[in-house]
Design a protein around this ligand. Structure first.
Ligand SMILES: Cc1ncc(COP(=O)(O)O)c(C=O)c1O
Length: 348
């Protein structure tokens, strides 16, 4: 009570209550849509079918003791790095790409620095940049919804410190060629170029092979979409070891939970099939997940799921919620990301 009285006295004397930084007051807020989660929401671009049966099998083997220990990220970063032909120092596992974006902004943006994105794009870029600097430049996409490459290049200034490009983009589905991405990196050597490859599996072109040789390039990948692990929150950044060391410095040592880390090798092992399914469009051709290796042997539940017809959408499926696109979906971009009815899993 004495404390309360003291606070009240200070307030009546004109002492202000705690306030956040000016940037936090000014930054936009992400309001996740709360309605309609019992049905399929294409605007989340989730894989609404299931992760790989290997992941599900591993989940069932987790022990109570395993949950009591802090999750070590490093051994898994070695596995991920080896999987992608990188050094461990070039890889940082994150709590989804959402956190990766947040960490990049913390590591590379000061007030007064400029960040560059196209618009429309993934809203979390606005949120995380706004937390650090008021100088977010948005290059407007025209009616074609293609990436505005020339105007984007022209918007780079010496103050540009972080550039974020999603390819394929959410919500337009537009892609940016590797050649154009490398040209952007070359035009802004003072800036980090983050290429967000959340939807890589539904397009196939990547700049991951340029990590290390392009000193200002960082590639983000998520395990939420094609791998179907959105609920576990795991993603990764791959880039020049020096740049990644700064992002590692601002990240919590235990940012990725142990369940996600435990199933990651299984998800990676299934990765080739996952990419294959998306690239070959097998889902499109017959409306089923292919009768998978994992879905066979003894796992009746997975077998039933594999045999269940699904409806498909994909990156451009988002456009159903994009007024300018009028709901048009481009078959080119359809793939496993927007796959299926939620009840295919829930009903099991
Ligand atoms: C382009 C893009 N990047 C990143 C994310 C977030 O991915 P994560 O689930 O790994 O945080 C999304 C999610 O919709 C996205 O569309």
């Amino acid at each position: 009570m004495a404390v309360l009285a003291e606070v009240e006295k200070k307030r009546s004397d004109g002492v202000a209550l705690p306030q956040p930084r000016a940037a936090v007051l000014a930054m936009p807020e992400y309001h996740p849509p709360l309605a309609g989660r019992e049905a399929l929401r294409l605007d989340f671009n989730e894989n609404t079918f299931a992760p790989s049966p290997r992941v599900l099998a591993k989940l069932q083997k987790l022990t109570a003791e395993g949950l009591t220990v802090y999750p070590e990220r490093e051994p898994l970063e070695r596995i991920v790095a080896a999987h992608f032909g990188l050094q461990r120092e070039q890889v940082l596992l994150t709590n989804g790409v959402d956190e990766a974006i947040h960490l990049l902004c913390c590591a590379f943006l000061d007030e007064g620095d400029e960040a560059l994105i196209c618009t429309p794009t993934f809203f979390m870029y606005d949120v995380s940049v706004g937390m650090m600097t008021s100088r977010l430049k948005r290059v407007q996409t025209d009616d074609s919804l293609e990436f505005p490459f020339e105007r984007f290049l022209a918007a780079i200034t010496p103050k540009t410190k972080l550039i974020m490009v999603a390819s394929p983009n959410n919500p337009t589905g537009a892609t940016v060629s590797r050649e154009h991405l490398l040209a952007i990196a070359a035009a802004a050597p003072q800036a980090v170029l983050m290429v967000d490859e959340a939807y890589f599996h539904f397009h196939g072109e990547t700049t991951l092979g340029d990590v290390g040789s392009v000193p200002n390039l960082i590639v983000a990948r998520t395990f939420s979409k094609a791998y179907g692990l959105a609920s576990l929150r795991i993603g990764m950044l791959a880039g020049d070891a020096r740049l990644i060391s700064y992002v590692r410095k601002v990240s919590s040592p235990y940012n990725v939970n142990g369940v996600a880390l435990a199933v990651l090798p299984e998800a990676l092992a299934e990765g080739a099939r996952c990419a294959d399914v998306a690239e070959r469009g097998e889902l499109r051709a017959d409306g089923h997940w292919p009768a998978a290796q994992g879905a066979g042997r003894g796992d009746a539940r997975a077998r039933r799921a594999a045999a269940r017809p699904v409806e498909r959408s994909g990156v451009r499926g988002l456009c159903a919620h994009h007024p300018r696109r009028g709901g048009a979906c481009d078959a080119r971009d359809r793939g496993a990301a927007g796959v299926a009815r939620r009840d295919a899993v829930d009903a099991e």
